[in-house]
Ligand binder design. Sequence first.
Ligand code: FMN
Length: 180
Amino acid sequence: MDEQGGVRRKASDVRIMMNFSVKNHDMPKLKIFVGTVYGGSLDVAEQVAPLFEQAGYEVAIFDQPTLNDLIESPTDLALFCTSSTGSGDFPGNLVAFVRDLQAKSPGLAGLRYGLIALGDSSYVDSYCGAGRHLDELLQEQGAQRLGERLEIDAMETFMADDEALPWVDEWIESQQLKVA
Ligand SMILES: Cc1cc2nc3c(=O)[nH]c(=O)nc-3n(C[C@H](O)[C@H](O)[C@H](O)COP(=O)(O)O)c2cc1C
C-alpha cells in the first residue's frame, strides 16, 4: 500500500496490464465467415488472416457460421469467403447463416464487409452464384461492401490463395483499414 492507501504497482505490472488491455478490449474485431464444400474457401480464410492481424485486428474465423456470430458481439469488419455448389447454391455449412439472414432480417446498417467468391466459370450461368447472392442479401440488410467483390475462377487459378493474398493486401491498403 502507498501513502494514499492505493496499491503500489511496479513498472513491469503496468506493462503487463497494458498488453492485456490492448489485446482484449482495444483491438478491432475482424470476423471471417466461410462457406466451403471442399475446404478451398477455408484455406483462403486461414491464409489471409495473418494479414489482418498484422494490420491490427483480432481475427476470428467461422467455418460453421451462424447469424449470431455476426450480430451478437461487436464486428468492426467482416470478410465473407464462399464457394458455390450445385447451380450457384450455398455450401451446406453456410445454409443456416443465409436462412437466418433472410428469415430474421436483422438489419446490418453499419456493417462494413468484403467478399471473396470462389467459383468455376465453366458453370456459366451460375458462376460465383453463392457469393453474388450473399452480396445482395447483405446489401439488402444495409451492410456496406468496401471495394469490389473478388471472384476467383478455378478455371484460371489453381491455388485460390495466389489471388486472395495480394487482393487482401491491396484491399487493406486501398480501403485504409490498417489500425496498427
Ligand atoms: C458439384 C459442384 C458444383 C459446383 N457449382 C458451381 C457453381 O454453380 N458455380 C460456380 O461458380 N462454381 C461451382 N463449382 C465450383 C466450386 O465453387 C469451386 O471449385 C470452388 O473453388 C470450390 O471451393 P471450396 O473448396 O471452398 O468448396 C462447383 C463445384 C462442384 C464440385
